[in-house]
Design a protein around this ligand. Structure first.
Ligand code: APR
Length: 187
């Protein structure tokens, strides 16, 4: 029986009906642009207020950490916010991105999520080259489910546009070829 699936889809992640939507956030949960602004616009006041409350209670999100807020009017119970790397020479960009993905999946497991929608973190405002980032994200998701059997039922790698979805598909195929998971596919 397939108990865990990592799949790719092209969609607007703000419309996904899942337990957790992962946000490509900044440290202060100032949802000013990109995906964060789209989530704030759909999630509404409750989502924005819970983001502000989180930062005032805990301070800025550190690299490798996650913040959990309610989804507000999103069709997701929770939003898990992680900060991907601002792509730069001279730092270990893949390691920083892997840490962000691990933090997102760990936090999703902690709230008891079964389904998670994951965007192409860092590939917008933060400038991480798309093919490199999607491969890191896909392979880290595969590694995580292999290390946490039966914890999350489904991870959806969501590309907003066809180019991002195609990059996620290639990344997932490479990750699966490197280490066959239990139950994987794409649509
Ligand atoms: N559904 C799915 N993916 C989306 C959506 C959407 N509705 N909107 C944007 N995206 C995609 C972008 O196409 C990109 O592939 O999310 C990915 C991440 O892009 P950004 O949102 O720019 O995130 P990032 O590069 O990590 O930069 C984070 O941007 O908006 C700010 O507050 C955010 O300061 C933080 C920074």
């Amino acid at each position: 029986m397939e108990d865990q699936t990592v799949k790719v889809l092209q969609a607007d992640i703000t419309s996904e009906r899942v337990d957790v939507i992962v946000n490509a956030a900044n440290e202060y949960l100032r949802h000013g642009g990109g995906l964060a602004a789209a989530l704030a616009s759909v999630g509404g006041e409750e989502f924005v207020a819970d983001s502000d409350r989180w930062v005032s209670e805990h301070g800025p999100i550190r690299s490798g950490d996650a913040a959990v807020t309610v989804g507000g009017r999103l069709q997701a119970t929770w939003v898990v916010h992680v900060v991907g790397p601002r792509y730069r020479e001279g730092q270990d960009n893949p390691a920083l991105l892997r840490d962000a993905i691990r933090a997102a999946l760990d936090a999703s497991a902690r709230v008891g999520a079964e389904t998670v929608a994951m965007p192409a973190i860092s590939t917008g405002v933060f400038g991480y080259p798309l093919d490199a980032a999607t491969e890191v994200i896909a392979s880290q998701c595969i590694r995580w489910v292999q290390q946490h059997r039966g914890v999350l039922r489904e991870i959806r790698l969501v590309g907003y546009d066809g180019r991002t979805a195609a990059a996620f598909r290639r990344g997932l195929e490479r990750a699966i070829a490197a280490a066959p998971p239990t139950g994987s596919g794409s649509r």
